[in-house]
Design a protein around this ligand. Structure first.
Ligand SMILES: Cc1cc2nc3c(=O)[nH]c(=O)nc-3n(C[C@H](O)[C@H](O)[C@H](O)COP(=O)(O)OP(=O)(O)OC[C@H]3O[C@@H](n4cnc5c(N)ncnc54)[C@H](O)[C@@H]3O)c2cc1C
Length: 375
């Protein structure tokens, strides 16, 4: 068993936008690559429930993986979208302070952005904000012209196309349940394919399982003493708006603990959605929690701070996404955790934890980084 050649050179576990981007990078680097995905299609979990924003890289601590891969990833993503017919719009984004006590937070974002290499951020007066978005009330703002939106479903489809033209493949309806490392040789993966147990072997393994990392973390091989990051789930609810909104740009308040605040994003058809909020949970459950209307009231209150004209009765329950977080409720946000041999002690294995926002923006840059870690 251990002496034969592995079935596949590189297996990527997880067919979300991160796993697909990594698989394309590995396949284009000449590796025989397969993605193992538990669903019947790619990108059906975190990736299909995001805000679809291409972030500029404003918020993240200098030198963090989030900052580096967001800034590098955004230009790559615009270019990829333009070259591959994936719908994208560089709408621009306002971040607004609605009280004088929030102005230091704006200054902090502007300083972080500069250190992160975002050189197009503009500081705006309330009148300049009003010229861009007449219905927004604020005491000051920032404008990020390089923030935009992308069709994340079309992006994943395009990555699937690139994988197949690079002779890579996706094995659907297959869950990885265990991984054994055969020292100096290969990995053996226990899988369930449509409920039937099987084994598959690979020389390299990259684990990009999103929320599934909460379970997989305990079955990955590791050196003695290593402890894989724990994954917590933070739900984000979105409300949509029944009427047309006046907005031409994305509009964000200053960030809150665990998220970016209840903001307005637009989809490619110009429809507005508000959110996501932050609701910590123990289970992966995409139900919309608002039986007593308290969440809707909270959204209305939050949106009214920067858009006094919001009509509460036009807010309609939308969808729910779930973030895989390596921090707990009340703790400061943490960086992406990408563990290779230096962290877990196993050669040719990379595991990605806590790939929350800006993971979509960063996917192509993260892909090269992870592929390089096993090369
Ligand atoms: C509410 C919300 C809003 C967001 N907004 C933005 C945004 O505007 N801009 C931005 O840049 N980022 C945003 N993000 C972050 C971005 O969506 C994610 O970083 C990205 O989609 C994560 O992709 P992924 O491939 O890691 O995860 P997923 O898309 O969840 O893919 C992981 C895949 O692994 C599979 N899997 C899991 N376990 C197993 C197993 N044992 N065996 C086989 N397969 C398995 C799953 O089925 C899944 O398909 C947002 C995230 C959330 C939750």
């Amino acid at each position: 068993m251990t002496s034969r050649a592995p079935d596949i050179e590189t297996i990527v576990i997880g067919g979300g936008v991160i796993g697909m981007a990594i698989a394309v990078a590995c396949a284009k680097a000449g590796q025989n690559t397969a993605v193992i995905e538990r669903n019947s299609g790619c990108g059906q979990e975190i990736t299909s429930r995001s805000s679809e924003v291409i972030h500029a890289g404003l918020y993240y601590p200098a030198g963090s993986l989030k900052a580096l891969h967001c800034v590098a990833g955004k230009s790559r993503l615009y270019q990829f979208a333009n070259e591959n017919g994936v719908a994208v719009k560089r709408l621009g984004k306002l971040i607004v302070a609605t009280s004088h006590s929030e102005l230091p937070a704006l200054a902090d974002i502007a300083a972080k952005a500069k250190v992160n290499g975002v050189d197009d951020l503009q500081v705006l007066s309330p009148a300049q904000v009003c010229a861009l978005e007449p219905e927004v009330a604020c005491v000051g703002g920032l404008f990020s012209p390089s923030t935009g939106i992308i069709d994340s479903h079309a992006l994943v489809q395009s990555l699937e196309g690139h994988l197949s033209t690079s002779a890579g493949t996706v094995i659907f309806k297959t869950s990885v349940t265990a991984i054994t490392w055969h020292r100096d040789s290969h990995f053996e993966l226990d899988v369930l394919t449509s409920g039937t147990p099987a084994k598959v072997s690979a020389r390299n393994v990259i684990v990009a399982a999103g929320l599934g990392m909460a379970e997989l973390r305990s079955v990955l091989p590791h050196a003695p003493g290593y402890v894989a990051p724990d994954i917590q789930f933070a739900k984000g609810h979105y409300f949509t708006y029944q009427r047309r909104t006046p907005f031409q740009h994305l509009v964000y308040p200053v960030p809150v603990a665990g998220g970016l605040g209840i903001h307005v994003t637009l989809d490619l058809q110009g429809r507005a959605r508000f959110g996501p909020d932050v609701a910590w949970t123990d289970t992966i459950d995409y139900g919309f929690d608002d039986k007593d209307g308290a969440r809707q009231a909270e959204f209305e209150r939050a949106v009214r701070t920067y858009w006094p004209g919001v009509s509460a009765s036009s807010l309609v329950q939308g969808y729910v996404g779930i973030r895989p977080k390596t921090s707990r409720a009340g703790e400061p946000a943490r960086d992406f955790e990408i563990h290779g041999p230096r962290e877990h002690g196993i050669p040719r294995m990379v595991a990605l934890y806590g790939i929350e926002s800006p993971g979509l923006t960063a996917c192509l840059s993260l892909a090269d980084y992870c592929c390089g870690m096993i090369a």
